[in-house]
Design a protein around this ligand. Structure first.
Ligand SMILES: *[C@@H]1O[C@H](CO)[C@@H](O)[C@H](O)[C@H]1NC(C)=O
Ligand SMILES: *[C@@H]1O[C@H](CO)[C@@H](O)[C@H](O)[C@H]1NC(C)=O
Ligand SMILES: *[C@@H]1O[C@H](CO)[C@@H](O)[C@H](O)[C@H]1NC(C)=O
Ligand SMILES: *[C@@H]1O[C@H](CO)[C@@H](O)[C@H](O)[C@H]1NC(C)=O
Ligand SMILES: *[C@@H]1O[C@H](CO)[C@@H](O)[C@H](O)[C@H]1NC(C)=O
Length: 308
């Protein structure tokens, strides 16, 4: 699978590569936000500012025609260069990330978010930039969702803030369960803070869902366990960690969860899924389980999500 994608990329090495636009009915606009949580110290205690700050990309559907478009690089040169270095040992063609771009619709400067479209948060892999998920985000947004892809500074491999400061990640110790749970909880805190910032106060009115890749799949379940404003979640083929497995969801009524695994990876073959499933069962959460026939575990892996 990976060699195939690389072959596709190599096929067009000499030019800039424009990713295809969304196939759904809507054009998409993109904006990037820095959000500062004045109520919280940065939990890693590594930032140049004392408060927790995060970065996110917002992909919004644009109803109707798009009169003006612009081409935006997939990643800034700084982030692309850092990711190239990380991916190089895996046979990645250096320089390719800086050559990829996407086309978006330009919105008037002070346009308001269209709240008829549900908000969907996307949580990426551990130590992985949100920019890897721009293609999947624009594709889902094109079907009528406001999508936010999230960076979690000092856990995400590299985060570039508008003031040009850089937060390097890699601080989660993946051999240490307490470090994994610490990182997972920071993601939950970041998510709740974002929902506050976006003005979601009443749970009943919040049309919010979340899905994720790799560590982001565990983060989806954890954040739902911590924040009942997130009404729906999808776990794409991922392991689960933490108290949510035993505790399930606070205020479980009217919440929905989808486990979607490769063939053979399901709630009877995976212990963490099995436990979580029986917890949700007892709580009466609406749930479904899907298997993607003929696919192995890892099917939703980054290379597919990157260029779907
Ligand atoms: C990136 O684009 C430049 C200019 O078009 C080209 O010279 C270079 O070979 C490309 N690099 C890759 C890895 O595609
Ligand atoms: C995690 O991110 C750090 C900081 O950017 C980087 O040095 C390291 O190579 C990354 N680790 C992996 C496994 O990708
Ligand atoms: C990561 O955790 C393991 C297991 O607790 C420990 O042995 C190791 O020293 C830790 N690594 C770092 C860099 O702290
Ligand atoms: C999430 O829930 C767990 C288990 O109840 C708790 O330990 C943790 O502090 C909560 N985190 C947040 C951010 O609310
Ligand atoms: C779950 O996967 C196992 C193989 O790992 C398989 O035997 C079983 O039939 C699957 N269960 C369901 C409900 O698909």
């Amino acid at each position: 699978m990976v060699p195939l994608i690389i072959a596709i990329l190599l096929f067009s090495t000499c030019e800039a590569i424009l990713l295809p636009g969304p196939k759904g009915p809507f054009h998409i606009s993109l904006s990037n936000h820095e959000l500062v949580d004045k109520s919280r110290k940065d939990p890693w205690n590594l930032d140049t500012i004392p408060q927790r700050r995060i970065m996110l990309s917002e992909f919004s559907p644009v109803p109707g025609d798009c009169s003006k478009t612009k081409t935006i690089p997939y990643m800034s040169p700084t982030v692309a260069g850092a990711e190239d270095n990380i991916l190089l040992p895996y046979g990645w063609p250096a320089g390719i990330l800086g050559n990829i771009s996407m086309e978006f619709c330009v919105q008037p400067e002070h346009h308001k978010r269209n709240e008829n479209f549900p908000l969907v948060l996307f949580s990426g892999g551990l130590n992985t930039t949100r920019f890897f998920y721009s293609a999947i985000a624009q594709e889902v947004a094109g079907r009528g969702f406001n999508i936010l892809t999230l960076d979690h500074p000092f856990e995400t491999d590299i985060v570039e803030f508008p003031d040009r400061t850089i937060a390097y990640g890699g601080h989660t110790n993946t051999s240490d369960l307490s470090s994994i749970l610490f990182s997972l909880d920071i993601r939950s805190q970041d998510v709740s803070f974002i929902l506050n910032k976006f003005g979601f106060k009443e749970r009943e009115k919040a049309k919010v869902a979340m899905f994720g890749h790799s560590f982001g799949r565990a983060a989806t379940a954890a954040a739902m366990g911590n924040d009942s404003r997130i009404r729906g979640g999808v776990n794409l083929d991922g392991l689960l960690w933490g108290p949510v497995i035993e505790n399930g969801f606070e205020l479980p009524g009217n919440r929905k969860f989808l486990l979607w695994g490769a063939e053979g990876h399901n709630s009877s073959s995976d212990e963490s899924w099995g436990k979580f499933w029986s917890t949700l069962n007892k709580q009466g959460v609406w749930k479904r389980e899907l298997s993607l026939a003929g696919e192995r575990m890892g099917v939703f892996g980054i290379y597919r999500l990157l260029l779907m």
